[in-house]
Design a protein around this ligand. Sequence first.
Ligand SMILES: Nc1ncnc2c1ncn2[C@@H]1O[C@H](COP(=O)(O)OP(=O)(O)OP(=O)(O)O)[C@@H](O)[C@H]1O
Ligand SMILES: [Mg+2]
Length: 381
Amino acid sequence: MSRLLSLPDPQALSIRAKALVFEDPASQALLAKVERVAASDATVLITGETGTGKELIARHVHTSSGRQGPFLAVNCGAFSDTMIEAELFGHEAGAYTGATQARAGWFEAANQGTLFLDEVGDLPMSMQVKLLRVLQERQVVRLGSRKSTAIDVRLVAATNVDLARAVEAGHFRRDLFYRLNIASLHLPPLAQRPLDILALAHHFIAIYAQRLGLSNVRLSQAAQAQLLAHHWPGNIRELENVIHCALIVGKGAEIQADALSLRGAIAPAPALPEGPVAVAASAPASSSQDGADGTALLRQSLRLLFEQGPAELFTHVERELVTAAYEACHFNQVHTSELLGISRNVLRTHLKRFGLLSERGVRRLHIDANGHAAPAKAWPI
Ligand SMILES: Nc1ncnc2c1ncn2[C@@H]1O[C@H](COP(=O)(O)OP(=O)(O)OP(=O)(O)O)[C@@H](O)[C@H]1O
Ligand SMILES: [Mg+2]
């Protein structure tokens, strides 16, 4: 039996989905586990590739938990190393230059509710130890204060990097990993839950057709076959974008295969067994397979670019380098900065410069006791 699950007050959610689709047996098993886990107060670690629905599942854990406080989502990669402590734990007036008034952090703000720490693998080591202490003691101390405040917060963390491997590679504290991983929910890639593909496609058609003023839109047989055959490196988000785009470019009531822009899909980022070091180490191995040397290939590409003469060549090359490294590291800032051999702060400057941080910024969503969500607010990053 398939399950379509309605989320409360969908109009006010910052994300687009009105409901969660669970058609494939793998997804239904996951949903059953989510509902079991939600009932407890256990900290939850949600893992899965980009676009598999981690944030939606985090919200579902909160709404199914019966907790009366808000659901707050914070992206750990969105703050500089110096700001993150004040953001999470709050600060007193005068705690640092510019802190004119005292302010509660995310933990205090999420009291009696759920705090969703997205991209938890991006937390700097210095913060990991502080987070561990908060989880153990269930109290926070604002920056610049000596007083601790008791908190009743359910923590849900998510990551699209393999934290167990990050632990082995020395990028993530083992004790914090165990503390976060009390209940784990793994979201399989879309390609491993094939029965979800068409169900989700129809779900997105219904949403976007209504928004575009279209009615009775169908998928041709060939389009269905193409959707089923695609490997979906961007998972559900990619499928959503493909359907939205097909509805915009398609003509008539039937979506044809050629309206699906699947060819331009980005190849899946390579798995990072031991963080960026492994990428660097694996490069010569793969290049020796095809007999090519990375630097020689790069020089060849550069010569081609010199001939083509794109505008602002230097910036163009920088953007390509930063983007490719960020994708290869599954958008993990710590790993990317190590791969590139630059500090995380310098990396963040480049990510902002190239617009790679904006979409992954901080989102704060407040769900009140009646399950109503306040309008999302984008925070400057
Ligand atoms: N089961 C589902 N049913 C309907 N829509 C879904 C489902 N899962 C995910 N989506 C949609 O797919 C998109 C990606 O979901 P979400 O943002 O939760 O993924 P994510 O795993 O957090 O991605 P990332 O790692 O890139 O942050 C969203 O637009 C969401 O609405
Ligand atoms: Mg997410």
